[in-house]
Design a protein around this ligand. Structure first.
Ligand code: IPM
Ligand code: MN
Length: 347
C-alpha cells in the first residue's frame, strides 16, 4: 500500500483558494509519480469561517488539522492564523529565500548582488509581541494601547538551537537579529551564544535589526541563516520577498518540536487580484515543497523545484513578476497546466 498523507487544506480567502487548489493539483500529480498519495480535507478559517460558523477558527477545523500529516494554508486577512500557530506550538518558522536566476531582472537589486543568494530566515513564531500582554486603556494623558514584547529565555534558547542546527547543516553562519541598544532585557545575543557552545563549528554574528535590514539589501550573498524574533522576522522576511523578485515566490514552513507543520505562502490575500485567475502559485508550491521535505519525500520536492525552474527558464511566470519584453505572463491555470507538463517531461 502506498503511503497516504492526510493534508488539512485551509484555503482561507482572497487568492488563498486559487493557490491552494493549484498546489493540490500539483501535489496529486507528484504523488502518483513518486509512489505516495495525498488525501486533502478542506476546512474553513478566517473571515469565511466566521461567516459560516461565528468563529474564525472553528473546532471542526482544529479537529481536521489534528488528524492531518500537515496543514496547507492559503491566506487570511484576519482571524484564526495566530491561534492556529499557538495551538500547535509552531514556534519554528522557516522562510528560505533563493532567487531564481531566471528572475534576477524582476528584483530591484542588481543581478550581481543576487548570484548565489541562499538565505534562510528562522523566525520565532509562537511568542514575542504577537502574544504578549496587550490592551487598550486610559490614563491621565488619555486613551492608549500597548503590546508587550515578552520572551522567556527558554523560548529564545529553543529557537536558537533550531537555527544553529540548520546553520551547521548549511554554510555554518548564523546572524542573530536583536535590538539590544534599545531593548536590553531581550538578550538574544547572549542566549544564542550560550546555546552555540554546543555548535563550535557555527559562526554566530549578532546584528542590530535595523542595520541588518540595510546589510541584507546591500550584501545579501554574505548571509546564511538569519535568526529573528516574531516581529523582526516578519518584517525581514518581506524584505526577502523583494530580493526574490516578488513576495509571491516565497513559501514557509511553521513547525513544532514534533515536526508537525503548517505550510503557507508568505504573501497575503492580495484582494486586488483575487478571483482574477492570475495569482502566483509559486509561494504555495514552495511551501508544499517544504512539506514534502519534512515528510522525507525529498525526490518529489526536488522534482517539483526543477520542473518549475525549467518553466521559469522558458520565460513563463505570473503577472506579479511582469518586467520585461520576452517574459510570458500566463494565468494561474495556464501556469499550472504547463507545470504539470514539465513535471511529466522531467520524470
Ligand atoms: C506572515 C503574516 C502574518 C504575520 C499576519 C497575517 C498576522 O504577515 O505570516 O508573515 O505577521 O505573522
Ligand atoms: Mn508577514
Amino acid at each position: 500500500m502506498a503511503k497516504t498523507y492526510r493534508v488539512a487544506a485551509l484555503p482561507g480567502e482572497g487568492i488563498g483558494p486559487e493557490v491552494v487548489e493549484a498546489t493540490l493539483e500539483i501535489l496529486h500529480g507528484l504523488a502518483g509519480m513518486h509512489g505516495f498519495a495525498i488525501a486533502p480535507q478542506f476546512a474553513l478559517i478566517g473571515p469565511p469561517a466566521f461567516a459560516a460558523t461565528g468563529h474564525y477558527l472553528p473546532d471542526e477545523t482544529l479537529a481536521i488539522c489534528e488528524q492531518s500529516d500537515g496543514i496547507l494554508f492559503g491566506a487570511v486577512s484576519k482571524g484564526g492564523l495566530l491561534e492556529l500557530r499557538k495551538h500547535f506550538d509552531l514556534f519554528i518558522n522557516l522562510r528560505p529565500v533563493r532567487p531564481s536566476r531566471h528572475l534576477y531582472h524582476t528584483s530591484p537589486l542588481r543581478p550581481e548582488l543576487l548570484e548565489g543568494v541562499d538565505l534562510l530566515f528562522v523566525r520565532e513564531l509562537a511568542s514575542g509581541i504577537y502574544f504578549g500582554a496587550s490592551g487598550r486603556s486610559t490614563d491621565a494623558q488619555g486613551d492608549y494601547g500597548f503590546h508587550t514584547m515578552q520572551y522567556h529565555d527558554w523560548e529564545v534558547r529553543r529557537i536558537a538551537r533550531v537555527a544553529l542546527e540548520l546553520a551547521q547543516k548549511r554554510r555554518g553562519k548564523l546572524t542573530v537579529a536583536h535590538k539590544e541598544n534599545a531593548l536590553p532585557h531581550l538578550p538574544w545575543t547572549a542566549l544564542t551564544q550560550e546555546v552555540a557552545q554546543d555548535f563550535p563549528d557555527v559562526i554566530v554574528e549578532p546584528m542590530l535589526v535595523d542595520n541588518l535590514a540595510m546589510q541584507l539589501v546591500m550584501r545579501p550573498q554574505e548571509f546564511d541563516v538569519v535568526l529573528a524574533g516574531n516581529l523582526f522576522g516578519d518584517i525581514l522576511s518581506d524584505l526577502g520577498g523583494a530580493i526574490a523578485g516578488s513576495i509571491g515566490m516565497l513559501g514557509s514552513a511553521s513547525l513544532n518540536a514534533k515536526g508537525f507543520g503548517l505550510y503557507e505562502p508568505i504573501h497575503g490575500t492580495a484582494p486586488d487580484i483575487a478571483g482574477k485567475g492570475i495569482a502566483n502559485p509559486m509561494g504555495t508550491l514552495a511551501s508544499a515543497a517544504l512539506m514534502l521535505e519534512q515528510w522525507g519525500e525529498i525526490v518529489a520536492a526536488q522534482h517539483l523545484q526543477s520542473a518549475q525552474e525549467q518553466l521559469l527558464a522558458e520565460g513563463y511566470r505570473t503577472a506579479d513578476l511582469a518586467s520585461q519584453g520576452g517574459d510570458r505572463y500566463p494565468s494561474t491555470r495556464e501556469f499550472i497546466d504547463r507545470l504539470v507538463q514539465k513535471i511529466e517531461a522531467v520524470r
